[in-house]
Write a protein that binds this ligand. Structure first.
Ligand code: ADP
Ligand code: ZN
Ligand code: ZN
Length: 749
């Protein structure tokens, strides 16, 4: 709409500024530009300090408009512009605005979750920058002949024209000597302007000056590389479906090298960086140019430095966990999501986004390819590949000479178990140890025992705050709740009847380690779980010991299933997955199959073939059968057919509203009202299922309930959710009730 000149109150030279304020509010707010600032100096992505309520808040400028929908007489003025340059590019902003809309999250919270935490307060950027000079558009366009009688000015301008980012004053002085006079002349002529020069990157983050060459790609890898390379410069989504050890990472590296060579930036998101120190090293050795690592375990300062290095376009590769998906990248040329099936790519609290799904959207907005890689792709992504929305690239063979492992089911019903190991598995283990090989045992339960009970009266150690059992950690002599973190000292007698006959039932990794020692007295045994690797560097130390052959038996939780090479491991034993076969969550089968295939993939990576033994009491289970018979692809086909039948993702779209409150029944009551609101919207073909108590109803002292929304059409679901969440926000909330919306929920807990 054009401006209406007769309305004096709209005569606002700076324009109306639409601002997202750092507050849990869905709407944005309009402000007047600060007086004395030209409209040109304001750009979306800048942080502003604005009056808000009775105080002030930091906000982000989203848009400059001519008119406001709000009463212009009541608009307040921005107090200050906090940054010298926008923190987010227009494409970054678009992604975040899209995400806020798609996940129905408060826009300010989404925007600020993408920035280093410190920038939520009105603090300046870490100013490690140096003053410098830059050629202006006039300076760039000038015919240098015009300066032929001012040699020093011409030399200066020539230098600056070759450095579009500008040059530091110190550097100019080093190259040209004192040039204060020419600088003044050129500046007065509008040919050059002041700017800030980015600091030198942390030398530790620099890659080797000459990137070392990698292996020649095999034909499948070459085809994948060529296919993605041909798509550079435009959007296209790829599934890189490659068995463990097939050389997916090698494909990423070669693609990233191409992007870097063309002056672009690449973004690689992985589920958990702490578990894959090798990956970082590999990138660093093989790729030229600085790399920025972004994950939550970094100190705030380092994180912010790396973030700036990405934002300035300096870091050529950004490697990070899911939140790195929001790192500003002005020259983004490729997005890679490794282990795209991994549930930890989904944020499970607050702003519940899927980094994988955002990766695709981000690539679309940036106009670049996105590669989703996995040995066990999620059913959603597989479906996108099957329907042709994503280009399906396959790596079917292991790179190098390694053979794929053989998986065998071991029926343990009626078997005399020792340390939870069947005689056959024990026999295999002895043979491998005798042959000097290594063994990996997978048990997805940490602690000593999952249950402590009194044999006299039947007392069991429950968490007082959750509907959950306490796990016994014998090393610490404590009982821990793995759900809320509550703990107590290990009782020596029953708290109910004072009996001394307390028994530990079941087996976690801590107990497995203890039980293995007498069975394999000559073997050295190492345990990898969250308890044993709490100390910084401990995980890397353990993995190094395994690689050096100092460990014969490596046992642990799913930390072992992720991304590690254990070339000397020739036998993998998977103990007790039966529970997850029967879990109620509709994704349980998919998760279990992925876990089995991922763990199996750790074996026999070098020239030695691997063997995988899966102990079960349900050898006839159709999931296990299809997995063994037809591999992951066969399993996925069967599982997709089931999902289609049941109208579950990827054939329908889900959203889950969760509520929790300290008072019993409050969450359910709230969701019943929400249900009523939802029904009254009257959107057809929307199914509202529930509300029901959450699978673990009480957790950390709060009662939880949930209400599921299902719809076969995504736009319809989105339309419904917009109206519905608005209505739910208006509901009265009793006694500390909290609720949240999870779009595309990954688990139903
Ligand atoms: P993935 O990411 O699929 O697990 P990697 O890229 O880590 O696979 O490759 C597995 C192993 O095979 C690594 O040690 C890697 O160096 C090696 N490798 C990858 N591609 C080739 C190739 N074309 N020729 C020889 N070795 C390769
Ligand atoms: Zn008792
Ligand atoms: Zn608890």
């Amino acid at each position: 709409m054009s401006r209406q000149p007769d309305q004096a109150e709209f005569e606002e030279p700076g324009g109306i500024l639409r601002v997202a304020v750092d507050a849990p509010l869905a709407e944005t707010f309009d402000y007047l530009a600060p007086s004395g600032l030209s409209r040109e100096s304001l750009r979306p992505g800048l942080r502003l300090l604005v009056p808000f309520g009775r105080g002030r808040r930091v906000g982000i400028l989203i848009e400059i408009r001519d008119q406001s929908d709000q009463d212009p007489a009541r608009l307040k003025r921005v107090e200050a512009v906090l940054d010298p340059r926008p923190l987010l590019t227009p494409a970054d902003l678009d992604l975040l605005l899209w995400a806020a809309a798609y996940y129905h999250q408060p826009i300010g919270e989404v925007l600020f979750s993408a920035l280093p935490a410190r920038l939520r307060s009105p603090e300046p950027l870490l100013d490690e920058q140096r003053p410098g000079l830059q050629a202006t558009p006039e300076g760039l366009a000038l015919d240098l002949e015009q300066l032929k009688r001012a040699h020093k000015q011409r030399d200066l301008l020539t230098l600056l024209r070759e450095a579009p980012e500008g040059l530091a004053l110190t550097e100019l002085a080093a190259r040209l000597g004192d040039c204060r006079g020419p600088i003044r002349a050129l500046r007065d002529g509008g040919l050059i302007g002041d700017c800030r020069i980015a600091p030198l990157v942390d030398p530790a983050a620099m890659a080797a000056t000459s990137a070392s060459p990698g292996p020649d790609p095999n034909p499948e890898q070459r085809q994948a590389i060529e296919s993605v390379s041909a798509a550079l410069g435009g959007f296209r989504a790829f599934l890189l479906d490659g068995v463990t050890g097939s050389g997916k990472t090698e494909v990423y590296i070669q693609l990233i090298a191409t992007v870097i060579a063309r002056g672009g930036q690449a973004l690689v998101v992985v589920p958990e960086i702490g578990l894959t120190p090798q990956l970082r090293e590999r990138f660093r050795q093989r790729l030229p140019g600085p790399m920025a690592v972004l994950h939550s375990a970094l100190g705030a300062g380092e994180r912010e430095r790396n973030w700036h290095s990405a934002a300035r376009g300096e870091a050529r590769l950004v490697l990070g966990t899911r939140s790195a998906m929001f790192a500003p990248l002005p020259r983004l040329g490729l997005v890679v999501v490794d282990e795209e099936h991994d549930p930890s790519l989904k944020q499970q609290e607050g702003f519940r986004y899927s980094a994988r799904d955002l990766a695709v959207r981000r690539a679309q907005l940036a106009g670049c390819p996105v590669v989703l890689g996995s040995a066990t792709p999620s059913l959603e992504t597989l479906n996108n590949a099957r329907t042709g929305r994503y280009t399906w690239l396959r790596l079917t063979r292991r790179a190098g000479r390694a053979e794929p492992p053989l998986i065998a089911l071991l029926d343990i019903r009626d078997q005399p178990l020792q340390a939870g190991l069947s005689p056959v598995l024990r026999e295999h283990m002895r043979a491998e140890i005798a042959a000097g090989n290594q063994i990996l045992l997978f048990l997805n339960r940490r602690g000593y025992a999952p249950l402590l009970t009194c044999h006299a009266c039947g007392w069991v150690g429950d968490c007082p705050h959750c509907d959950a059992r306490l796990t016994l950690h014998l090393g610490q002599r404590r009982l821990w709740c793995h759900h809320c973190g509550w703990s107590r000292a290990l009782p020596t007698r029953c708290p109910e009847c004072q009996s001394h006959d307390l028994r530990m039932l079941g087996r976690g990794t801590e107990r497995l380690e203890e039980d293995l020692k007498p069975l394999f007295p000559s073997a050295s045994i190492a345990r990898v779980d969250r308890d044993s690797t709490r100390r910084k560097g401990e995980l890397a130390r353990l993995f190094e010991a395994v690689r050096q052959g100092e460990i014969q038996i490596l046992l642990g939780t799913q930390m072992l299933a992720k991304g590690h090479d254990f070339p000397g491991v020739t036998l993998v034993g998977i103990l007790e997955l039966d529970q997850s076969l029967h879990a109620s969550d509709f994704r349980a089968a998919e998760r279990t199959a992925q876990l089995i295939v991922q763990v199996a993939g750790r074996a026999g990576r070098a020239e030695r073939p691997g063997r995988v033994v899966l102990q079960t009491r349900h050898p006839e289970h159709p999931l296990l059968q299809s997995l063994l018979r037809d591999g992951y692809a066969g399993f996925a086909t069967a599982a997709l057919a089931e999902r289609e039948e049941a109208e579950l993702p990827p054939y329908a779209y889900l959203a889950l509203v969760r509520a929790e409150a300290p008072g019993e029944g409050d969450a359910l009551a709230f969701l019943r009202e929400a249900l009523g609101l939802g029904e009254s919207i009257g959107e057809p073909r929307i199914q509202l299922l529930g509300p029901v108590p959450a699978p673990m109803e009480r957790r950390a002292g709060r009662y939880r309930a949930q209400l599921l929304v299902q719809c076969a059409e995504r736009p319809r679901l989105q339309r419904f959710l917009s109206r519905w969440t608005l209505a739910i926000r208006g509901l009265p909330r009793r006694g500390g009730l909290r609720w949240s919306l999870d779009v595309d929920p990954q688990d139903m807990l």
